[in-house]
Design a protein around this ligand. Structure first.
Ligand SMILES: C[S@@+](CC[C@H](N)C(=O)[O-])C[C@H]1O[C@@H](n2cnc3c(N)ncnc32)[C@H](O)[C@@H]1O
Length: 267
């Protein structure tokens, strides 16, 4: 065994190591993640973010009934299950088999089943122009060094006029400690520092990596994919919402945006 030691912090790692870590981490943490957040997400509900914004009230995807809809980075496919109930023809995809297996359990428990395909959002196994809508609620994009490939794939599989909508941690959060208390309100890092947040094991192997992009980076990525940006949604922290999710809390939500949702379409 090497003795490089486990570590966590902001440091560069080879891009392929960071991208691969996503699959392994979500495979092995699926049960733990859903035990912590599953009730809040709801097995057949469509929650965009820790602020609790639901698609039922936000309508960011537009009409979904009778539309072909693709979810990437779907996790246990809760959003897809809600879409199925709205009569969308939906397919849920995720790179981690562990998350999809958890989704199968929810299928059985709820009686609402969705087709699921294991796939990296950077190489989707679908023909061009197969979908009317594609989206992700915090899936895939934060966990890869090359998110521009995800946007390019979304653009490819969408029909002209189709929407690509994705939610990510609001980029401003990267300048602050990921701490739900008052300590998380003082900027300690440069917003412009794109160094990823990385965790390694005792052998120095990357076990988790999350990538920062500024708002300008996200806009540049979707424009480069040939998409048009229609809206940037910054959900406010609702009064009375007191659930803490990692660094998201009422304390920080009162002062800082926590989520950015970009609504785009293929012309
Ligand atoms: C925070 S969860 C989001 C899923 C769901 N909306 C939720 O809130 O549980 C992130 C998901 O992104 C998936 N993911 C990470 N990297 C991916 C990639 N390259 N392609 C597809 N999915 C990926 C993970 O496996 C995980 O299920």
């Amino acid at each position: 065994m090497s003795s490089r030691g486990a570590s966590a912090g902001y440091f560069p790692v080879p891009p392929d190591a960071g991208g691969r870590a996503g699959r392994r981490w979500w495979d092995s943490h699926a049960t733990e993640y859903l035990a912590e957040h599953g009730d809040f997400l709801g097995p057949t509900d469509f929650c965009w973010c820790p602020e609790g914004l639901r698609e039922a009230e936000a309508g960011l995807l537009g009409p979904v009934a009778d539309r072909d809809v693709l979810e990437v980075g779907a996790g246990a496919a809760q959003c897809s299950r809600w879409l199925r109930q709205q009569e969308a023809r939906v397919v849920a995809t995720d790179v981690a088999g562990g998350m999809l297996a958890a989704g199968r359990v929810l299928d059985a428990q709820t009686g609402v089943t969705v087709p699921m395909v294991q796939a990296d959002a950077r190489t989707l196994p679908f023909a061009a122009e197969s979908f009317d809508i594609a989206f992700t609620a915090y899936g895939a994009v934060p966990f890869v060094p090359d998110a521009e490939r995800i946007h390019a794939e979304a653009a490819r599989v969408l029909r002209p006029g189709g929407r690509w909508v994705f939610a990510v941690t609001h980029p401003t959060r990267w300048a602050f400690p990921d701490d739900p208390s008052e300590r998380g309100l003082t900027a300690t890092r440069s917003y412009f520092d794109r160094t990823p947040y990385v965790e390694t094991d005792d052998d120095g192997r990357v076990t988790y990596a999350e990538y920062h992009r500024t708002l300008g980076d996200h806009v540049a990525d979707v424009v480069a994919a040939g998409l048009v940006l229609d809206r940037l949604v910054e959900p406010e922290w609702p009064a009375g919402h007191d659930r803490t999710w990692g660094g998201w809390s009422a304390v920080r939500g009162a002062r800082l945006p926590g989520t950015a949702i970009l609504v785009t379409h293929r012309p």
